[in-house]
Design a protein around this ligand. Sequence first.
Ligand code: NAP
Length: 264
Amino acid sequence: MPGPTMLGVAGWPVAHSRSPRMFAPALAAAGLDWRYVHLPLAPERFVATARVLGASGYRGINVTLPHKEAAHDLADELSPAAAAIGAVNTLTYGDGAIHGDNTDAGGFLDALGADPAGWRCLVIGAGGSARAVVWALREAGGEVAVWNRTAARAAALAADLGVGQAAEPFAADLLVNCTSVGLDQAVEPGEAAAAVGLAGLEPPAVLFDLTYGAGPTPLCRWAEAGGARAVDGAEMLVRQGARSFERWTGRPADLDAMRAGFRA
Ligand code: NAP
């Protein structure tokens, strides 16, 4: 008798990932007896293992640090988002081919909860998450500029994705923090804002901080004190997971079940 259909999250390290806790209640809500597990894969083993999981009962895996670029390179087919961003966070096994997608981009827009077409958007940071956010906002019709502590990285990202590079941070309609600043909840809101070049600026209408914690992040607190609407990274994690869920199962994800699992 075949075992249950398998799903998982591959990373190194990966024990901290909340994805199994988020997927278990969503699978149960959909009446699916599938399993979602942690897959700790060292970089030197990732490609060889990811290639054979489809033959071992896996329908798909989420991919996290440091494997997103390797997952992009091993996929047989790529979604437009994955191809443009150059990173894959969702592999799907089926029909003898491995499909790569990037649900961070769509998950970000879902979590934003508004249509950014025509908005002046400032993305702070130039790493992997900034690439996904810049691409998502550009595709959605936002007017996007990038600013980063290391200007050369912002210039490379802006040129690659065809958006602007800001000489300095400015008061945008939407400001997205794609740096790791603010992970420390104890940092004062003003200090967090200053660390990403926002000292002295009015908060934007909407601030999206990709980091998250037990409570509002320091940057979210800074923005809310100035009257902004603030969104943190927890909802983006839920939404990118929901998009992966739907890709693999063909069914809508129970978002409340995923949120409850994430917070458990
Ligand atoms: P990354 O590729 O390592 O990029 C890190 C970025 O942060 C770079 O732009 C770096 O600037 C900047 N940075 C780091 N320390 C800084 C400091 N002290 N001051 C100013 N800038 C600093 O990381 P990533 O994968 O893009 O992830 C960034 C953050 O987003 C992480 O906290 C991650 O957990 C979070 N994230 C959340 C989600 C979600 O679903 N919520 C998804 C992906 C990532 P330099 O280029 O100058 O070094």
